[in-house]
Design a protein around this ligand. Sequence first.
Ligand code: SAM
Ligand code: GLN
Length: 283
Amino acid sequence: MTWGELLNWAAQLLKKAGVDKPGLEAELLLAETLGIPRLELMLCRRETAKRAGIKKFKKFITLRRRRIPAAYILQNAFFYGLKFSIEKGVLIPRPETELLVEETLKAVHRSSFIVDSKKIKILDVGTGSGAIAVTLAKNLEAARVYGTDVSAKALTVTRKNAISHKVAGRLRLKRGSLLAGLPGKFDIIISNPPYINERDMKRLQPEVNYEPRTALSGGQDGLDFYRKIIPLARERLATKGFLALEIGYDQAGAIEKMLRTRGFERIEIKKDYAGIDRIIIAS
Ligand code: SAM
Ligand code: GLN
C-alpha cells in the first residue's frame, strides 16, 4: 500500500466519523507521522508505506475518529505561524484569536506613544497555552508581558511555550483570577475570555467537549467575564492604554454598552473571517 492510498483510507474513516475537513485532517496527521510539512506530502504519495509509519498513523486515526482534537493527539498547534505545545486541559488556540493579536499589533503601531516608550506593559488575562502572550512578546521586542490564569496546568504549558520561543525572560506568569496578584498599570490589557453561553455549551462540537469548561463557559449569557474585566481594566489601564477583547458571535452590542457605561470612548469592533463581530479594541 502507498502513503497516498493510506491517506484516502484515513480520510474516508474520518468522514464517516463526522470529522470536519476529513482530507485535511488526515494529511495533517500523516505529515506529523512522517515528520514533514503537510505540503510535502504530495512528494511521497506514490511511495510504499513503511510499517512503523503505518502503525503510528493508524493510532492517530483511531484517536481522531473518537473526535479527539488533532492538537491533543499531536500535542501541538500552530498559532500566528508559531508552533505551540498543547496538552489536554488547555484550550487549543483558534484562528479568530490570531485576529485579536493582529488587531492589537496594528493598534500598537498606530499609537505613537507606545512605540516611543521603550517598555510597554501588556497583560493577557486567561493566558491558557500562552498563544496571545508569547506571540505578542515575540512580535514586540521591548514589551514586558504578564499573564494570568486560574489553571495551574495551563500555566505550565504557557511556561513551556515561553521557553521554546525564547521570551521567558520577558513573560511573568501568575496563577489567579483576573488581575489578582499583579499590581500597577498596563498599557494593554488583552483577553480571550471564556464567553460561550449556557445554551451553546450544551451543543458544542464533540471535539470542543474535550476542552476544559473553565476555558469556555461564560455563564448564563456568556458575558460574566466581561462584566468583571471591563471595570477592572478601566482602573488598571495606563493613560492612553487600550483594552483588546475577543467576543462571542452575538455579544458586540452588549459589550459595547458596558464599555461606554464605564467611560471607554473609542471603541472599534472588527469582524472575523466569517464576517462575525469578533474583536473589540477600546480606550
Ligand atoms: N488565551 C488563550 C487563547 O486565546 O488560546 C486561552 C483562552 S481560553 C478561551 C480562556 C482562559 O481563561 C482559560 O485558560 C481559562 O483557564 C482562563 N480563565 C477562566 N476563568 C479565569 C479567571 N477568572 N481568571 C483568569 N483566567 C481565567
Ligand atoms: N471560540 C471558541 C469556540 O467557539 C470559544 C472560546 C472562548 O470561549 N473564548 O469554541
